[in-house]
Write a protein that binds this ligand. Structure first.
Ligand SMILES: NC(=O)c1ccc[n+]([C@@H]2O[C@H](COP(=O)([O-])OP(=O)(O)OC[C@H]3O[C@@H](n4cnc5c(N)ncnc54)[C@H](OP(=O)(O)O)[C@@H]3O)[C@@H](O)[C@H]2O)c1
Length: 216
């Protein structure tokens, strides 16, 4: 598939690289074409990799991944253009964390609404799926680097869009059983509210190389 990865940070880099490795064509997007980190990534990642503005990338992608800062994601997606998001699967991996008052950060969910829901409200024609926000970037793309079975939680209103995301996740190495659909997009509230606990777990464990498993 042709996939837009909006975001030039560690998450955008990890996802874009792994998507190329698993056979996709990827364009990394940033606020302006020619972003130093995006150019370096595209040069290193081979012929299936390219870079451009958020808008260039979103126009290119059949699927769009939001890997921008959670507090600026709606701004970044606005720059990408509602016309370039309409009808497309929009995978939201961002966390709306406010570190301005120090640690632990606050999860910003105005009136209790998640970032994913805010994105869906701002871009009603996009098919938003919350996924992968509950783990470190390396774990997202190399799930088999941890021992045992663990879970990637996804939420969204569009079942077909969630199936598309599940296929991409299988490409990263997640098994079908590990991709756990937790329901409609309002379930993304909990996925985002998990982040303070994730940060405390990371501090306790001294490493971001962990994830949660759901056992019955
Ligand atoms: N770190 C992790 O392992 C991890 C795990 C799960 C989820 N997440 C979430 O994944 C997302 C990406 O994290 P990250 O650490 O890779 O990157 P980040 O530093 O949070 O975000 C980088 C991206 O945000 C864009 N950006 C910054 N200010 C902007 C603005 N005012 N308007 C529009 N775009 C703006 C940057 O654009 P330019 O490219 O133009 O600079 C860049 O592409 C975050 O929401 C984070 O919470 C992170």
């Amino acid at each position: 598939m042709r996939i837009a990865v909006l975001g030039t940070g560690g998450v955008g880099h990890a996802l874009a690289s792994r998507l190329v490795e698993t056979g996709h064509e990827v364009r990394m997007g940033s606020r302006s074409a020619g972003n130093e980190k995006a150019v370096a990534w595209a040069d290193a990642a081979g012929d299936a990799a390219s870079e451009g503005s958020f808008r260039d990338a979103a126009a290119f992608g059949e699927v769009v991944v939001n890997a921008t800062g959670g507090l600026v994601s709606v701004e970044a997606l606005t720059a990408a253009g509602a016309d370039h998001l309409a009808g497309k699967v929009l995978v939201d991996v961002a966390n709306p964390l406010d570190f301005s008052h120090g640690f632990p950060p606050t999860v910003v969910q105005p009136e209790g609404r998640s970032l994913a829901e805010s994105i869906q409200a701002a871009f009603p024609e996009a098919r938003v799926v919350k996924a992968l926000n509950t783990m470190n970037a390396d774990v997202m793309v190399h799930p088999r680097s941890l021992s045992g079975s663990h879970a990637v939680l996804i939420a969204g209103d569009d079942s077909e869009a969630k199936s598309v995301v599940a296929v991409l996740l299988r490409g990263f190495g997640w098994t079908a059983e590990e991709v756990l659909d937790v329901g409609e997009l309002h379930a993304s509230r909990g996925l985002e509210l998990y982040l303070p606990l994730w940060l405390n777990l990371m501090a306790s464990l001294g490493s971001p190389a962990f994830n949660i498993a759901v056992v019955r």
